[in-house]
Design a protein around this ligand. Structure first.
Ligand code: SF4
Length: 344
């Protein structure tokens, strides 16, 4: 097993809900280039664990989420959930597997059909998967899901339409729709980034509450390390399709070992940016492109530590793999030849 494939953190000691190994997703790009959107990513998620995938736009985090949902085809690698490799399932077995993994999307305005009532939206997974045969049972399960999402009274909310709801309420409907099947794993792709600040806190609290009450695990996708720190047990930082740092949230945020993680932290500390949620350049230098992955350490053209250390050759020629971080925190790993917290 490669260093990248090593299970870390709580997931190493409990049977994982999701186990991703050496996931690769490559696309054909323009002018015969290969877009290496995901380039060998491994991680586990334990029961009732929230793992955040953090990185800039284009780092591969949403591609990983869509691969887990099998909304795009992985090039290679395995995605084990419930004893089956989701990357290889087809037809009926794939549909059955999808009962166990549900998704919440970024846009609560676009992800709901304006012409469908809340009831119609939340009942849909039960209908698709042929669960709850009687009308009364379906209504009961929809009401329970709405209550779980704190949409009360459920009977009244079920008759509402998206235009009658706030952004936060719409995202709660999306969560109710994901939870109606009581899946062990939910993939949440930037679920709060389009909400105002007050609604964000409520949605994050709700997700953590569902984790505590039902034991739901989450693969939580975000560009914002501060949000990840609030919600996640562990954080995996992605750069150009690779995990460059992974560990318990407290270790990654309190003692980042990778220069890119530190750069993300500095952006997250900018409260003005947090309130507007404008996309920002994390670091100066050319925006990263998965069609032009640099040789050696893929971060070296933008790495302030590379410059500070006098541009060592190792950074230009050798691709670093994950290894123990200097913090020695449980499962804290970093892919850097000269991690922060280590001399010089
Ligand atoms: Fe920077 Fe070198 Fe570490 Fe890459 S290996 S992050 S270039 S110091």
């Amino acid at each position: 097993m490669s260093a990248d494939a090593r299970p870390v953190g709580p997931a190493a000691t409990r049977e994982p809900v999701l186990s991703v190994r050496d996931l690769v997703v490559h696309f054909a790009g323009r002018r015969k280039t290969t877009v290496r959107a995901v380039d060998g990513v491994s991680f586990d998620i334990a029961p009732a664990e929230i793992l955040a995938l953090v990185g800039e736009s284009g780092c591969g985090k949403s591609t990983i989420a869509l691969s887990v949902m099998r909304l795009i085809e992985p090039t290679s690698g395995t995605i084990l959930a419930g004893g089956e490799d989701l990357a290889r399932l087809r037809g009926r077995r794939l549909r059955r597997a999808r009962e166990r993994v549900q998704m919440i999307f970024q846009d609560p305005f676009g992800s709901l059909n304006a012409r469908r009532s809340v009831y119609d939206t939340v009942v849909e997974p039960l209908v698709i998967h042929g669960i709850a045969s009687s009308k009364e049972e379906r209504r009961q399960r929809v009401n329970e899901a709405l209550e779980l999402a704190h949409l009360t009274p459920p009977e009244r909310l079920a008759q509402s339409y998206p235009h009658e709801l706030s952004g936060g309420q719409r995202q709660r409907v999306a969560i109710a729709s994901a939870m109606v099947l009581r899946p062990p794993l939910v993939v949440a792709d930037e679920p709060v980034s389009m909400l105002d600040v007050s609604a964000r806190a409520g949605i994050l609290r709700l997700m953590m509450d569902l984790r505590d009450r039902l034991g739901t695990s989450y693969l939580f996708i975000t560009h914002d390390l501060a949000t990840a720190w609030v919600v996640a047990d562990r954080i995996a930082v992605l750069y150009l399709g690779r995990v460059v740092e992974i560990g318990r949230s407290t270790d990654v945020v309190a003692a980042p070992a990778h220069p890119y993680t530190r750069a993300l932290l500095e952006v997250s500390a900018d409260e003005e940016r947090l309130s507007t949620d404008e996309p920002v350049a994390v670091l100066p230098g050319e925006a990263p492109s998965a069609a032009r992955v640099p040789p050696g350490c893929r971060f070296h053209p933008r790495c302030p530590r590379y410059v500070a250390l006098g541009e060592p050759e190792a950074c230009r020629v050798a691709d670093p793999t994950l290894g123990p971080a200097p913090t020695a925190g449980e499962g804290h790993q970093v892919a850097c030849h000269f991690p922060l917290g280590e001399n010089p």
